[in-house]
Design a protein around this ligand. Sequence first.
Ligand code: FSO
Ligand code: SF4
Length: 541
Amino acid sequence: MFCYQCQETGRNKGCEFGGVCGKSEDLADLQDLLIYTLKGISEIIIKGKLDIKNISYVNHQVIKGLFMTITNANFNDDVIIMKIEQMLSIRNELRTKVSVKNLHDAATFEIETMNDMVYKASYVGAVPKDKEDVRSLKHLILFGIKGLAAYTYHALNLRKEMEKLYAIIYEALAATLETDLTIEYLVALSMKVGEAGVNAMALLDEANTSQYGNPETTKVNIGVRNNPGILISGHDLTDLEQLLEQTKGTGIDVYTHSEMLPSHYYPAFKKYDNLAGNYGNAWWKQEDEFVSFNGPILFTTNCIVPPNSEDVRSRIFTTGISGFPGCVHIESDSNGKKDFSKIIELAKTMKPPVEIEKGSIVGGFGHNQVFALSDKVVNAVKTGAIKKFFVMAGCDGRMESREYYTQFAKKLPMDTVILTAGCAKYRYNKLGLGDIGGIPRVLDAGQCNDSYSLVMIALKLKEVFGLQDINDLPIVYNLSWYEQKAVLVLLALLYLGVRNIHLGPTLPAFLSPNVIKILVDNFGIAEIGAVDDDIKLLMEI
Ligand code: FSO
Ligand code: SF4
């Protein structure tokens, strides 16, 4: 096992004997074997010049496989084993359609027994033999591709697809099998992944808003009611919609958790009386918050923390790409329909949640809502009431060093506004930071993929102020990352030419010193420092 794909990797170097996230060595190796198989499939498609239009089943299964290996998404060895077997059979079938010689081992290896699989998994799960900088860039690309697959998958659940996203996934995965790639080629490929990231976020934005309406300013209750509840976590809005439909009139309330909070901002979900509020905070606090919630919990995507207690484990259900051994998994039928009755029946036997907070929080500042407020915003900038916007998007996590972000938000001058997306917001969305002439000082656009809205807002302001360069706006970036979707968002911002991004709480362990130097020299990327110094520095940019 060797894994360094997330921010909490062991000693900020890599997990080698089990993951900080709870991933076992066996599971890590199996996930790497799954990725290796997907690389083999990609090589066959690219070298065999297969037409992506004709292999939609393959496209869908590949993004699903990639998404399963994202941090904290699927802890079930058996599911990963089944996925490898499925992808091997898809791969072998594809190979019969091409006449390419000298394919890589990833496209040809065979497995006959479980021992073969375990052996092969431990072999491909070891540290790759590429030179340090090549390895670093290949991983930057691979992790970005995993994020890309996640957003593509969510859009697909809303029946939105873009073929060129599959094309870049295959191109990038196949490239990671090559041994003679230059640094220049790999940097350029990273930017292509970033470009695809912008397209994927735009696609998902279009999928979400065309189905559920444009997010609008919304007060979300963070207290509880007296009915038993179901807590829904993760990012998939189609799962939430189905759960709300199925719980209507049952006396069961639905609460959102962590990254599901922004669902409240969509007009389509406001009609559900049974959508009671948001319970708890960012993903890493779930251990305690799931105990006090009392009812069943449905994970729709990543951010599962292995439960410590049997009580909590018995209440966790998974669906989509998520999975945990011993927890019931709800599959969809061929039309994407899911039967959540088991969860609803269990909820009926449970006590209502214990209240851990009271009051409400405000969000819903997607691009459309902010455009509606643009006169106010532009005026506030022109009069100097707003001096700077701080994009503080990304992820939260359990490291104590993330207290930096709370302190940073608290200490920001009163004439600044935070633009946020992703679960990073939980570090400052309950601080009561006030408003500037009616514009809240924390503007939450939504989930991490709604960083797209933040980009749209920046582009709109650039247009309004008649600027040539996005970097001339009074907008600075202090991002926090945890997992691979944040890697994609970072690449997307770099592709768009955003400079001087501060990234923390630590720089990714998979970036070698030379690759960091490339990012510093070309994009002005910087690590976070002391709160006061960083505020001073960023205020002056
Ligand atoms: Fe957070 Fe988890 Fe959304 Fe990530 S909930 S950490 S970047 O999955 O995807 O923001
Ligand atoms: Fe370690 Fe993160 Fe990989 Fe888990 S996902 S094994 S914590 S690097």
